[in-house]
Design a protein around this ligand. Structure first.
Ligand SMILES: [Zn+2]
Length: 326
């Protein structure tokens, strides 16, 4: 990718033609700053908890030195809403446009076919490349922005190997655009507490990658954790994006947490439930974690069966049955 700095210098008669190199460099830097600082940094915006938290927190910064003035929100069509679902994209785009308007931001829509390439087939999006995928979309606009804000997934306490990380995301910065990983000091449960104070965010909240539409499936792990968190905070009934009838203590206790990341995020909900006096939800999460530990070897077996010739048909039904939350 050609840096905007090189683009700006190549325009040049006003940069001079080479008699005084030092003076020319100074002039060039002044010029490039003027070109590049046209807009405050954008934030990649999907309408999820991390995205809303970052935007809301910088609307009213907790500390003045933490403030990043965000003008534009970038929504990428082709990531969680596939390119072959234009109706779902229209509905999602309208909902996010309305949210952006209430926040006083511009919604910038970018279409990307990155997830139709072999990357999607050969590498796991969440664990390996979603950070670089998201940042690459923002860097396509690097002539417009000097900074690009990407919301954190995990907090400092629970940092885990993941496709977006506070150590690796800034390394994707270019000469003209700095990538900011924001903000690792808040857990997902703490972020949800901030989001739950905003009716606008609750009306638009979209956390699910499974639904591939403007609503949440209310069935997957991420939906269940978010519904349980909102229930603890007393905000679930104000969030029409979820089918709250699906959340019960019985269903929560049968939630299967298959990997370390799932367990970390569920433990955050458990901790919040204890702090808020919802011992019933904390106990259901306890049962869920115990059950997950017992079932893990059976889930591994089902996944192994699914990859074997002749018997692969047994793997998927067994996996579905074991992971069933109802
Ligand atoms: Zn879901």
């Amino acid at each position: 990718m050609r840096p905007a700095h090189a683009e700006a210098t190549s325009r040049g008669p006003r940069h001079g033609n080479g008699r005084n190199a030092r003076a020319r460099t100074r002039a060039c830097r002044r010029c490039c700053r003027a070109v590049l600082r046209r807009a405050a940094p954008p934030r990649l915006f999907s309408g999820g908890v991390d995205a809303f938290f970052t935007v809301l927190r910088h609307q009213e910064p907790i500390q003045s030195w933490e403030h990043i003035h965000i003008d534009d929100l970038i929504f990428v069509w082709g990531f969680d809403v596939p390119l072959d679902k234009p109706d779902a994209f229209d509905r999602t785009g309208r909902a996010l446009q309305s949210a952006a308007k209430e926040l006083g931001k511009n919604l910038v829509v970018v279409a990307s076919n990155l997830k139709t390439t072999r990357l999607e087939r050969d590498a796991e999006w969440g664990a390996l490349w979603h950070g670089s995928g998201i940042v690459s979309t923002g860097l396509a606009l690097e002539k417009r922005y000097t900074q690009l804000v990407i919301a954190s997934t995990y907090s400092y306490v629970n940092l885990a190997p993941w496709g977006s990380h506070p150590l690796s995301d800034p390394l994707l910065s270019t000469l003209s655009t700095r990538v900011i990983h924001d903000d690792v000091s808040f857990s997902r449960a703490e972020k949800t507490e901030v989001v739950a104070r905003s009716d606008m965010a609750l009306r638009t909240l979209r956390v699910c990658w499974n639904a591939r539409s403007e609503r949440n499936c209310s069935y997957c792990n991420k939906c269940f954790r978010t519904m349980a968190t909102l229930e603890v905070l007393g905000a679930l009934e104000r969030c029409p994006q979820f089918d709250r009838k699906r959340l019960s203590l019985e269903a929560l206790s049968r939630l299967f947490s298959g990997d370390h990341n799932d367990r970390i995020l569920l433990l955050e909900v458990w901790d919040l439930a204890l702090r808020k006096g919802r011992s019933d939800i904390a106990e259901a999460i306890d049962r869920s974690l115990t059950r997950s530990r017992r079932m893990r070897k059976w889930v591994s077996l089902a996944m192994w069966l699914g990859r074997q010739p002749y018997v692969w048909r047994w793997g998927r039904p067994l996996l579905q049955r074991l992971r069933l939350v109802f």
